[in-house]
Design a protein. Structure first.
Length: 313
């Protein structure tokens, strides 16, 4: 009788991914009963669910009866989306539409994670009300996902966020952390994009926004529609790489800024800065300074830890 079972239940899709792990942890550590689901990497920690299997999705939602669903699962690599458009559309659009329907069926508040790449990057900063114009197929599938979610569930929320970093399992998990090897191995020069303006955002901060949004919604049914969240430090990849070098007292003279617009891969918006004042006015949000967040994220991948112990400890 005395066991305190948290009454607030949250289901997280993509819980094995960079953002999903942080979202799961944030809710779990703040008195929510959290269930995460994943696909390839799910077992043993999370439920294994193929989001394209509508019966499996229906069953877990009806069995667990979540109050909130945070939909983190997506194909988020623009170049992969270009090469596998059908698979990406299935996950980013069709699965999202189905999830929105099922959430509506049990009265769960759905938060659909979207991207700054719904904008073309020509007139930042972008408010939630600005007209999207995605340049690449990834941005298009995420925008179609947004529309599919809100058409199937008008009580849902869309949360657009920019490039993410955080505690990675592999450096390739984030477009920010993947640069660390180039920074560390300073014996050969490395070209770094110095054209696209980015706003690197810590997954812990996005996770906190999701939880705060969910908790506000439990008290106020008017919390729905589209929201933006982002870090507020503007940096190119070259500037991020230099900041990473600086955070670990590493040389950066081998890093070369490339100021031309990239010619290979999916088109990227030059500056898709998100205006976050809507969430800020609700008292929602937190921001980890980039140097502190990146040091925490990359410390385990530092190759030569010995002489640098003294710097941090």
């Amino acid at each position: 009788e005395d066991v305190d079972i948290p009454s607030r239940r949250v289901l997280i899709t993509g819980a094995t991914g960079l953002l999903g792990r942080a979202v799961f942890k944030e809710f779990n550590e703040n008195n929510w009963n959290a269930v995460g689901c994943g696909y390839r990497r799910a077992q043993p920690r999370f439920e294994q669910i193929n989001l394209l299997d509508s019966i499996a999705v229906h069953d877990i939602i009806h069995d667990f009866q979540p109050h909130v669903i945070v939909h983190c699962a997506a194909e988020r690599r623009p170049d992969i989306v270009e090469s596998q458009p059908d698979a990406a559309s299935q996950l980013n659009v069709a699965a999202s539409a189905n999830l929105a329907k099922e959430a509506a069926g049990v009265g769960a508040f759905l938060i659909y994670i979207s991207t700054d790449y719904v904008f073309d990057g020509t007139s930042p900063p972008y408010k939630e009300t600005d007209v999207p114009n995605p340049l690449n197929l990834y941005g298009k599938t995420k925008l179609e996902g947004e529309k599919a979610v809100l058409e199937n569930n008008e009580e849902a929320a869309v949360l657009r966020i920019p490039v993410l970093y955080g505690e990675v399992e592999r450096l390739e998990e984030s477009a920010v952390t993947v640069m660390f090897d180039k920074v560390q191995f300073s014996n050969k020069s490395a070209n770094m994009d110095h054209w696209q303006q980015r706003f690197p955002t810590n997954v812990k901060d996005v996770a906190a926004v999701c939880r705060q949004l969910a908790e506000k919604r439990m008290l106020d049914p008017s919390i729905k529609g589209t929201f933006h969240w982002s870090g507020n430090e503007q940096m190119t990849k070259f500037e991020m790489a230099c900041a990473i070098a600086d955070a670990f007292n590493l040389p950066s003279s081998h890093l070369r800024p490339i100021t031309d617009s990239p010619v290979v891969g999916a088109l990227r918006p030059k500056n898709a800065q998100l205006d976050c004042s809507k969430l800020e006015m609700l008292g929602i949000g937190q921001r980890t300074p980039f140097r502190a967040g990146i040091r925490e994220s990359l410390w385990p991948f530092l190759v030569d830890k010995r002489w640098r112990q003294t710097v941090f400890h």
